[in-house]
Design a protein. Structure first.
Length: 442
């Protein structure tokens, strides 16, 4: 049976409510049908927005809500609603209406708990909504309550239940204000700018120890590349869930062979971070020849007196891709890996080329080491590192509404296009991103 874009299984799939076989059915339908793929993408983006703004607990369903979605719900079906400048009528059934109303209720509860956020809201009047009785609604109109709601609730429900695409285009200032209030209720802040890497959660940083090397991971995952490729082929931008490491390793890179050991080829390139002043990017490229020796490890040795922390850009534990121990890398299906590290210095310390070394290690007596000078700017970096940095900027721009991030991306795309004109895969990707950005701006 052919799956349609309003099939309730799509909503259940995004919320993790399907069995493995049913989930596989939705994935197959998304590959075969562009409308189904768009519906999955939009539902996933909605779920991510709720999770980012209001916390992951927003997506937890009660048994009655789960039954309503599986028995009555329909997923949002949108045509080009990813662009906030395209005024399209957004229609939804059951589950989408339930998500909108629950978002309003949760947002209201958070605000009423903070003094001065929303005044004169009587929470004692709140009552359960008959989720299973919600039928087809026009999401550009306010949700109809079964009781007389307060003025604050009516105003909030109108905002949440409106077409997001229409509302952003018509009232960008109001939309920004709502996001600021939601973030304030959660104890954070929002300025429309992607969070700086140096300001991200410290749990991402690994702390160097004297004489202890960091094993370089080899990535094996293609989910983000497949998602990006599918979206760009349709002329739209992918969701903000892309993993940078997977996207980077979807492309080929030129192996410089600075060091060789046991069939392993390694190279290191350093660049002053284009995003965080004082930080350093370390690009590690490793490949394996047809003839190789088991037991070779790829590692970074850092000067703990200079480096306060380092982390791999793009890797998130528990996500789709996985890290392969470098000693097992040669037996993996993917025979090369390009890994970006970010290093931050101790206070009042300037990182230099001696701050980090790449090592191929067989045993304590068999070690090959590479060091590198630091490139001062992207223009002096290699084509490979400049392109990888462009991919990082592309992924971060998907999470930001700031115009500056889009301008930075366009500038980097210009540079990458000139430097990769003879690389068909990279050139096609750059052109597709440009087209999707242009379509979104119309």
């Amino acid at each position: 049976m052919t799956m349609k874009a309003n099939d309730p299984k799509i909503t259940a799939f995004v919320l993790g409510e399907l069995s493995a076989d049913e989930a596989a059915e939705v994935r197959a339908a998304a590959v075969a049908n562009a409308d189904v793929a768009m519906a999955v993408e939009q539902a996933r983006a909605t779920a991510q927005t709720l999770s980012q703004l209001l916390g992951s607990e927003t997506l937890a369903l009660r048994p009655d809500q789960r039954a309503a979605i599986l028995n009555h719900g329909k997923v949002v079906s949108v045509n080009q609603a990813a662009s906030p400048f395209r005024r399209r009528k957004l229609m939804a059934m059951g589950a989408a209406a339930a998500v909108a109303v629950s978002m309003a209720a949760l947002w209201l509860n958070q605000h009423s708990a903070n003094q001065g956020q929303i005044a004169d809201v009587d929470r004692s009047e709140t009552q359960e909504i008959a989720w299973a009785n919600i039928s087809l609604v026009d999401m550009s109109s306010p949700v109809v309550y079964q009781r007389q709601s307060t003025e604050a609730e009516q105003d909030l429900s109108k905002w949440v239940a409106s077409s997001v695409a229409e509302k952003i285009a018509a009232e960008p200032a109001a939309y920004q204000s709502k996001l600021e209030k939601v973030a304030a209720a959660k104890g954070g802040n929002f300025d429309g700018v992607a969070v700086s890497r140096s300001d991200s959660e410290e749990i991402d940083w690994m702390i160097p120890e004297l004489g202890v090397p960091f094993m370089v991971p080899m990535f094996n995952g293609k989910a983000s590349w497949l998602e990006a490729e599918l979206a760009l082929q349709r002329g739209v931008l992918p969701s903000a869930e892309l993993r940078v490491d997977e996207l980077i390793n979807a492309f080929d890179y030129q192996q410089k062979n600075e060091i060789l050991l046991g069939g392993y080829h390694g190279s290191l390139e350093l660049l002053e971070s284009p995003w965080n002043p004082g930080c350093l990017l370390a690009a590690v490229h490793v490949s394996v020849a047809d003839q190789w020796i088991e037991g070779v490890n790829v590692a970074l040795q850092v000067d703990d007196a200079k480096v306060a922390g380092l982390r791999v850009i793009g890797y998130v534990a528990g996500e789709s891709g996985k890290m392969i121990p470098s000693a097992d890398f040669a037996s993996a299906s993917n025979q090369s890996s390009y890994v970006l590290y970010e290093l931050k210095p101790h206070e009042d310390v300037e990182l230099d080329g001696d701050s980090v070394q790449l090592q191929l290690i067989f045993d304590q007596n068999t070690v090959a080491t590479a060091t590198q000078e630091i490139a001062q700017s992207l223009s002096s970096a290699s084509n490979d590192l400049q392109f990888a940095a462009t991919l990082v900027t592309f992924c971060e721009s998907l999470q930001s509404s700031n115009a500056d991030s889009k301008i930075s991306l366009l500038v980097m795309l210009d540079q990458a296009e000139k430097r990769n004109s003879e690389n068909a895969q990279r050139s096609q990707f750059i052109q597709q991103v440009r087209s999707a950005l242009s379509a979104k701006a119309e």
